[in-house]
Design a protein around this ligand. Structure first.
Ligand code: TYD
Length: 217
C-alpha cells in the first residue's frame, strides 16, 4: 500500500487552520479519497496535559506564585506529544493509504516556543533538533493572516484567551510565519493569503493540494 499524503496547516491563532482542515478533508472525501483530520496538541495523553496548561488548569509552582511552565518545558512537551501522535495516529493512517490533515505541527513549536523565549536563533535551532525525528509533511500550508483580522476572529470564540493568545505575541508570530520557510529549507511550504473569506482561502488550499496530488500521480 502506498502511504497517504501528510498535509499540515499552520498559522497564528485565529488564522483558520481548524476550519480549513475540516473543509479540505470534506473535499477529499467528496472525491472518494479517505482523509483523517487530526491536530496538535494531539488528543493523546501528552496533548491533553498540554491543553490543560494552555487553559491554565495545570500550572508550575514558584516562589512568586503559580505560573505556566517555561518555554523549554513546553518545547519538550510538544515534541514528546508529536512523536507519540506520529506513532499512535499519524503513521498508522498514512500506512493505510489515508491522507492525514494535521492542524499544526513542528512549525508551531519553532514559531511559538522561539517567540515566547524572546526570538533567538539558538532557540529555533534547539527546537528543530528536538523535533529531528518527526516525519516531514508532504505539504505544509501556512495561512498568513493580518494579526488584527485573527484577533477579531478569536474574539468571536467562546472561552477565555489561552496561554499564547496575547496580541503582541501574535503580531511577532505573524512576522515569524511569513519567513518560516528559511528554517525548513527541505519542506514543501505554500503560503496562503488568509485575510480572504473562508471560501476564498479554501480554494487556494485546494489548488495547492491538487498540485501535490498531480505531481505524485
Ligand atoms: P490551537 O491550535 O489554537 O487549539 P485550540 O483550537 O484548541 O485553541 O491551540 C494550540 C496552541 O498551542 C496555539 O496557541 C499554538 C500552541 N502551540 C505551540 O506553542 N507549540 C506547538 O508545537 C503547537 C503544536 C501548538
Amino acid at each position: 500500500m502506498i502511504d497517504g499524503h501528510f498535509i499540515v496547516l499552520e498559522g497564528i491563532d485565529g488564522s483558520g487552520t481548524t476550519t480549513q482542515s475540516a473543509i479540505l478533508a470534506d473535499r477529499l472525501r467528496d472525491q472518494g479519497l479517505p482523509a483523517h483530520t487530526t491536530r496538535e496538541p494531539s488528543d493523546g495523553p501528552i496533548g491533553v496535559l498540554i491543553r490543560q496548561i494552555l487553559t491554565g488548569r495545570v500550572v508550575t509552582p514558584s516562589q512568586h506564585g503559580a505560573r505556566p511552565p517555561t518555554w523549554a518545558t513546553m518545547a519538550t512537551l510538544f515534541a514528546a506529544d508529536r512523536l507519540d501522535h506520529l506513532e499512535a495516529e499519524i503513521h498508522p493512517n498514512l500506512h493505510d493509504g489515508v491522507t492525514v490533515i494535521c492542524d499544526r505541527y513542528d512549525h508551531s513549536s519553532v514559531a511559538y516556543q522561539t517567540v515566547s523565549a524572546g526570538g533567538s536563533e539558538e532557540v529555533s535551532s534547539w527546537v528543530l533538533t528536538l523535533n529531528r525525528h518527526a516525519r516531514r509533511p508532504d505539504l505544509t500550508l501556512v495561512l498568513d493572516v493580518d494579526p488584527e483580522v485573527a484577533a477579531t476572529r478569536r474574539g468571536m470564540r467562546s472561552g477565555g484567551p489561552e496561554l499564547y493568545e496575547v496580541s503582541e505575541m501574535q503580531v511577532e508570530l505573524a512576522k515569524f510565519y511569513r519567513k518560516i520557510d528559511e528554517l525548513f529549507p527541505n519542506d514543501r511550504i505554500a503560503h496562503i493569503d488568509a485575510d480572504k473569506d473562508v471560501d476564498g482561502v479554501a480554494e487556494a488550499v485546494w489548488a495547492e493540494v491538487v498540485r501535490l496530488r498531480g505531481e505524485s500521480a
